[in-house]
Design a protein around this ligand. Structure first.
Ligand SMILES: Cc1cc2nc3c(=O)[nH]c(=O)nc-3n(C[C@H](O)[C@H](O)[C@H](O)COP(=O)(O)OP(=O)(O)OC[C@H]3O[C@@H](n4cnc5c(N)ncnc54)[C@H](O)[C@@H]3O)c2cc1C
Length: 473
């Protein structure tokens, strides 16, 4: 949908000329996120308050202009792509920590605060914010809420929803509402929970109360190295089977670890077939007991070496490799496509084998890096977007991987969301009556259907009204 000049002028007036973008070259920067899809907005607005967000939404609802909220644009499922055109509302100017309450252990933040900035602000006080997506240097808390983001430490700490106490949000008609708050659980329906993971399809979040945690007394990070990926998978099951619950259990296959090591010098052996990063945290005594136990379990499963990071610097180096992994791929492949399937932990070795069969069938290289403890796979499909037919092949392989995950008793996303990448598969996961129920819920929040059309629910349910619409004014 192209919006006309009169709408453009009215919307720009809400935030001011200097807080808007409308030239073709500027708009080009907002036509993509971390995924593979593209669509250009007609206008980008940068509100600085919930009040401004409210005016924008009310205007767009009145005139049926599609609107997509955007954080840092690191999403991997096309959530921030304005597939129906219209307005992108970037929350990056709303980037302040509004309140730090250490006594009651919460922060109140604006949605555009970068994830890592929470833990950086808390560290001097001995606290941290647990959800730590690997994109945490860039992604925003608002984007994390919308995607219910996870990270390497979700195994014990849980995902974003487990750390959000309350939300201030603006409905499509411009009403500013609050669900929850510093006190957390309120009686009755959990509107807070409903909004988390709704991918900007129900409301725009304008403030967030998050739970903070005391930094653990002791942390140990270990690197286990394997000549056979199955042994690494076995170690994951064995560690948990023996009653040890590390805060992170991350696995990389040989293809991935070589790309990462060459880019980051994290200290991963180039000739290994897989590595496992294990992190333990808790009281000193407990960690002193668990570390040798984990070391023994990995060795018994076949690890050729297990190294415990000697100090904080070595620990940071081991994590540097893991957290910069996606960036490292660019040295080897011009483009890549990250998938986000989940399978029961015990199916990991079998599913990894079947993913390689899919790779062979399509003549593609697929490497693996994943939150092994959660059974959350991130197969990375390497392809060349400039080569005709390659992107279609990559997407087909991605769909086959997700269908495999579902067939093995898992699901289509662990943390990256559904977006416009998996909404047709989403349609296959849920029965028609349940989908209708979800759609009627959306209509309660967004009667004109302007909020992020074409996402989460199958596109046919939310995108139709914006097709073939030309300039309204
Ligand atoms: C290198 C890399 C590593 C990653 N690692 C992880 C990981 O470990 N774990 C993980 O979970 N994800 C990961 N991701 C995916 C991504 O970083 C997360 O989904 C993140 O939560 C997106 O935040 P963002 O600010 O970039 O949001 P965007 O990409 O801008 O938006 C994502 C979605 O949120 C909506 N949205 C944004 N702000 C608001 C708001 N204020 N109100 C309502 N809706 C809003 C958008 O409309 C969109 O649907 C990774 C991505 C990259 C590129």
């Amino acid at each position: 949908m192209a919006i006309g000049n009169a709408h453009r002028a009215a919307l720009v007036q809400i935030v001011g000329e200097q807080a808007s973008l409308s030239s073709e070259s500027d708009l080009g920067l907002y036509e993509y996120d971390g995924g593979v899809d593209r669509a250009r907005p007609d206008l980008v607005l940068f509100p600085s308050s919930a009040h401004e967000v409210s005016h924008i939404l009310a205007y767009c609802t009145l005139h049926q202009i599609p609107l997509v909220a955007r954080g840092a644009g690191t999403g991997l499922s096309g959530g921030a792509i304005p597939i129906a055109g219209g307005v992108v509302v970037s929350l990056v100017r709303m980037n302040r920590i509004l309140e730090m309450n250490l006594d009651d252990e919460y922060l109140k933040v604006q949605p555009g605060v970068v994830n890592l900035d929470l833990s950086a602000a808390l560290a001097p006080h001995g606290y941290f914010y647990a959800p730590d997506p690997s994109s945490q240097r860039a992604c925003t808390v608002g984007g994390n809420v919308a995607e219910n983001a996870g990270g390497p430490h979700t195994l014990v700490y849980g995902v974003t929803t487990n750390h959000v106490l309350g939300l201030e949000f603006v409905t499509a008609e411009g009403d500013i509402r609050i669900a929850g708050g510093p006190e957390g659980d309120l009686p009755g329906l959990d509107i807070r929970g409903l909004l988390i993971g709704s991918e900007g399809t129900l409301a725009v979040v304008t403030a967030i109360w998050v739970r903070i945690m005391r930094s653990p007394e002791a942390v140990e990070t270990m690197l286990a190295v394997y000549d056979d990926p199955e042994q690494a998978g076995q170690s994951v099951s064995d560690i948990i089977g023996r009653g040890v619950l590390p805060i992170a259990l991350e696995m990389m296959d040989g293809v991935m670890l070589r790309m990462v090591e060459e880019a980051t010098n994290a200290g991963y052996p180039l000739d290994a077939a897989a590595i496992l990063l294990v992190e333990l945290a808790g009281p000193v005594e407990e960690i002193r007991e668990q570390a040798p136990l984990v070391e023994g379990i990995c060795a018994a499963a076949g690890a050729r070496s297990v190294r415990i990071a000697a100090d904080a610097a070595e620990r940071a180096l081991l994590w540097k490799g893991r957290k910069n992994a996606f960036g490292a791929i660019g040295r080897v492949s011009p483009t890549f496509y990250v998938q986000d399937g989940v399978v029961p932990r015990t199916r990991l070795p079998r599913v990894l084998g079947l993913i390689q069969e899919i790779a062979r069938k399509h003549g593609l290289t697929i490497s693996n890096i994943f939150h092994a403890g959660d059974g959350n796979l991130h197969p990375i499909i390497l392809f060349n977007a400039r080569k005709p037919g390659d992107i279609e092949k990559a997407k087909l392989a991605g769909d086959e991987i997700l269908e495999l995950c579902v067939a093995e008793g898992g699901t289509i996303t662990g943390e990256h969301g559904v977006g416009m990448e998996k909404n047709e598969l989403f349609g296959k996961l849920y029965s028609q009556p349940l989908q209708e129920h979800l759609l009627s819920l959306k209509q309660q929040f967004d009667p004109a259907g302007i909020l992020n059309p074409g996402k989460l629910l199958p596109a046919s349910q939310t995108l139709n009204r914006f097709e073939n619409v030309t300039a309204a004014q």
